[in-house]
Design a protein around this ligand. Structure first.
Ligand code: 16G
Ligand code: MG
Length: 510
């Protein structure tokens, strides 16, 4: 093995106090200077994996909304989506071993597509992953700078035979979705949509959609990637949603709608600015908008029985869950934080709609659904579902779906916010050294360990009625414990948050 790679690996081990990286909620992610060895191992692993299937696989190099100095690897299976739990464990075991394992493979070679975001470290990491793939005797194809959902979609589309020769045809992504959108839109959509591209890859690709859709949708781009060193800096969905601030280069017009993507374009929030107040549309409301339409369409054909489910996390505002179950009559289920968990649960339904409050989300459906919709002559719904990126949640495609629906249902962005009223909620974080001692139930709604900590939380919450809740969970991406509290009165929510934080400060290692 290259001694430099081995050295960097040792530094990584030291940095993480001998604990190895885990294939976490969004793949391997670290400061980019420690990632060369990991990239090489990922390349070998996926190269070998590709030699056991006739289908293509993918790797995306990105650290999404994280700092520009970070980077990461997400593996794309043949149908998009996520690795199975077993595959995740296998890659962790494989990455830990320093030697090349030439396991038995079924075929002489395989094909892996490698995409990357605009980070300065992405190009060299891409080369390292390609080297690893070659080392395993497979063929790596460099897709260049693409969004995470675009990379996943290109893998998915080639495997389904929707497109050949993807290597010279990244534009297929734009053409495929624009064609469906143009079939759905009968008249030009009113108003202007301003899209903040987080100075990342999404901002770059939005340009092609802007051009192709110019006759039906007016898009104005800001933070579109001409200052790549400012990636996610004062812009993008993480900044807008977490800081509750307007992105840089914001252009005010009361008639405009605004959307922000994250650094790899798989997260989306909408917002508007009125009476000096920023009003943000988070993930829950996308799920509700999409579900309202799907339900309305299916109600036209009572004989067509398709199960619909909405998957949320413990961070979803309870008012949204109440609206889903009581007003829409749709089944709502919780999954742990992280797209991979929501995606898996969404597959339990014929049509599964999943969204995290932070704007990751998608509508996914089972193979038989489209032909059934055709049979029942629900052609518009069929097109709408075809418009959803089945490979993985996609901010750009979710914008198209949203624009179609706001226009079709004649809902303004202001009306969208009025569909139901959120309960006051507060999310805070506390930096700790021992977040791993905290264990929650599967849905992450209740703390279960340590027992004495649970008792302290229960004691605090016993002072309030049942309409108040608080969830405490260890972050998967930072050394923090996240606290999310919610209930009918904002002052009481603040009080709960304060008391939980104070209690945790004395209980945890700070
Ligand atoms: C990652 C996840 C995101 C999740 C977040 C939680 C993906 C692609 N990304 O960014 O879904 O909301 O982690 O972070 O799955 P936390 O564990 O620090 O709260
Ligand atoms: Mg992302």
């Amino acid at each position: 093995m290259d001694p430099q790679l081995r050295d960097e690996h040792r530094q990584l081990l030291e940095k993480n106090q001998k604990q190895l990286l885990t294939y976490g909620t969004s793949g391997f992610r670290e400061e980019s200077k420690y990632l060369k060895f990991v990239g090489w191992r990922v390349g070998i692993f996926i190269g070998q994996m590709s030699k056991n299937t006739t289908l293509k696989l993918g790797v995306m190099i990105t650290a999404s909304h994280n700092k520009i100095i970070d980077n990461g690897f997400k593996i794309v299976p043949p149908k998009g989506g996520m690795l199975s739990i077993e595959e995740e464990q296998n890659i962790e075991i494989f990455y830990k071993s320093e030697e090349i394992v030439q396991s038995e493979t079924q075929y002489d070679t395989g094909i892996v597509y490698v995409g990357r975001d605009t980070r300065p470290s992405s190009e060299s990491l891409c080369q390292i992953v390609l080297d690893g793939i070659k080392e395993a005797g497979a063929i790596g194809i460099n897709l260049g700078i693409v969004t995470t959902p675009q990379c996943a979609f290109l893998v998915y589309a080639t495997n389904l035979g929707l497109v050949n020769q993807i290597e010279s045809n990244q534009q297929f992504f734009v053409e495929y979705f624009c064609n469906i959108f143009l079939q759905l839109i009968k008249n030009p959509i009113k108003g202007t949509l301003v899209i903040d591209g987080a100075e990342g890859v999404g901002g770059i690709w939005i340009k092609y959609f802007q051009e192709k859709l110019a006759n039906v949708l007016t898009i104005q781009r800001i933070n579109y990637g001409d200052e790549p060193h400012l990636l996610n800096d004062g812009c993008g969905s993480e900044f807008v949603q977490k800081e509750k601030k307007l992105p840089k280069n914001f252009v005010y017009d009361p008639t405009y709608r605004y959307a922000s993507l994250d650094g790899d374009a798989d997260r989306l929030v909408y917002y508007y600015f009125e009476q000096n107040k920023l009003q943000i549309i988070e993930g829950d409301r996308f799920a509700i908008l999409f579900a309202m339409y799907i339900k309305q369409q299916l109600q036209k054909k009572p004989d067509l029985k398709l199960s619909i489910g909405i998957i949320q996390t413990a961070y979803a505002n309870s008012a949204s869950t109440k609206y889903i179950t009581e007003n829409l009559g749709i089944y709502a289920k919780y999954a742990p934080t992280g797209v991979k968990y929501l995606h898996r649960v969404a597959h339990e339904f014929d049509i599964g709609i999943y969204f995290e409050a932070n704007g990751h989300g998608a509508v996914i459906y089972k193979d038989h659904v489209l032909s059934q919709l055709k049979e029942f002559e629900l052609f518009e719904l069929e097109l709408f579902l075809k418009l959803s990126n089945q490979a993985v949640g996609d901010a750009i495609i979710n914008i198209l779906m949203t624009e179609f629906l706001l226009n079709k249902l004649e809902i303004t962005i202001q009306d969208w916010l009025l569909i139901y009223q959120d309960y006051p909620a507060l999310s805070t974080k506390l930096y700790v050294k021992n977040k791993q001692i905290i264990k929650t139930n599967y849905e992450e709604t209740t703390l279960i360990e340590p027992i004495d900590l649970k008792q302290k939380v229960d004691e605090i919450m016993s002072k309030y009625d049942k309409s108040y809740r608080t969830c405490i969970r260890p972050s998967g991406t930072e050394n923090v414990v996240r606290i999310h509290s919610e209930g009918p009165q904002v002052e009481i929510v603040k009080e709960i948050d304060f008391r939980i934080n104070e209690m945790l400060k004395s209980y945890m290692e700070i």
